[in-house]
Write a protein that binds this ligand. Structure first.
Ligand code: TA6
Length: 293
């Protein structure tokens, strides 16, 4: 995504500016190490481009910036649940307006922190008090951390994901490793399957890998670069590509958009809304992903 062409509406420091895209405000980071953007809608990373590299993050050319719908591409924050186990799909955090609470910078990069707090609307969907922070650390690598804190007087349970869309040259020229063997196949009625050490695609997939290695690697044979994804605080890695049939049905993805994206997600997967990670009052959990080339 070309952040440099978007009009600035506020300059916050040498490296941090707020820019406008349609109805969406984006915190733009421009540093010697990298350019990156995080949308206040959804606390959603939309770009991370280390100096001299193609963007590591894919954004749909047909993404809708109406300020209401979650953006297609980037790193959607799925919370307080992952998937379609309740409504709305993937929770409400990705379509809510977050607040910018802090930014700091030095020669190594820039750190931006956003926050999401409960509102009448979130309480009507999910009746619990929370303090949610999204910390984006931009430098030689990108680290995104979702800090989930229970500020209620009772325990509650959540699931979720950092649903990263990686930017790749051509899906059929991609090879993934490190996702582990066992997966739950969303395209086969959630059947538990065993896969191989490497994954190359000739059709769509929607899989929850339950025993991923510390680092998942995605080799882009056209660009001759390998993306490294290091997750923590997760219980699985979801790998997804919709392929042409599903992409054609999506209003916010071009028909051939699936060719240049591959999702590798840092996921807390749960079968129902009552499962996942339980936090007692004042407890915190951190879910993170580190992405580098
Ligand atoms: O993470 C994979 C997945 O849950 C798929 O099942 C697919 O539907 C995708 O996320 C996108 O979901 P969305 O609600 O953004 O259309």
């Amino acid at each position: 995504m070309n952040l440099s062409q978007l009009p600035a509406i506020a300059v916050l420091s040498d490296n941090v500016t707020i820019v406008q895209h349609g109805e969406v405000k984006i915190v733009r980071v421009m540093h010697d190490k990298a350019v990156a953007g995080i949308s206040l809608l959804g606390g959603h990373v939309v770009s991370y481009q280390p100096t001299g590299q193609e963007d590591l993050i894919w954004m749909s050319k047909a993404a809708i910036f109406d300020g209401e719908k979650a953006l297609r591409g980037g790193i959607p924050v799925c919370w307080p649940w992952f998937g379609r186990i309740a409504n709305p799909a993937h929770g409400f955090a990705r379509s809510k307006e977050w607040e910018l609470v802090e930014h700091r910078e030095n020669e190594h990069g820039v750190i931006v922190e956003l926050a999401l707090f409960p509102s009448e609307d979130t309480l009507s969907i999910w009746p619990h008090l929370f303090d949610l922070r999204l910390v984006m650390e931009v430098g030689d690598e990108l680290k995104v951390t979702l800090k989930v804190r229970n500020i209620d007087d009772h325990a509650w349970t959540f699931s979720g994901a950092l649903h990263t869309y990686l930017n790749i040259s051509e899906i059929t020229q991609m090879q993934a490793t490190g996702m582990g063997a066992e997966y739950i196949d969303g395209l086969q009625d959630n059947k538990v399957c065993q896969g191989g050490d490497t994954l190359e695609l000739t059709a769509g997939i929607d899989r929850v890998y339950t025993q991923p290695e510390a680092v998942i690697k995605v080799e882009d044979k056209v660009l001759d670069r390998t993306l490294h994804i290091t997750n923590s605080g997760h219980n699985s890695a979801v790998l997804w590509n919709p392929w042409i049939e599903v992409a054609t049905d999506m209003a916010d993805m071009e028909n051939d958009g699936y060719k240049t994206m591959f999702c590798v997600e840092s996921t807390i997967h749960a079968p129902t809304i009552d499962d996942g990670i339980t936090l007692q009052p004042n407890e915190t959990h951190e879910l993170s992903t580190i992405i580098s080339a």
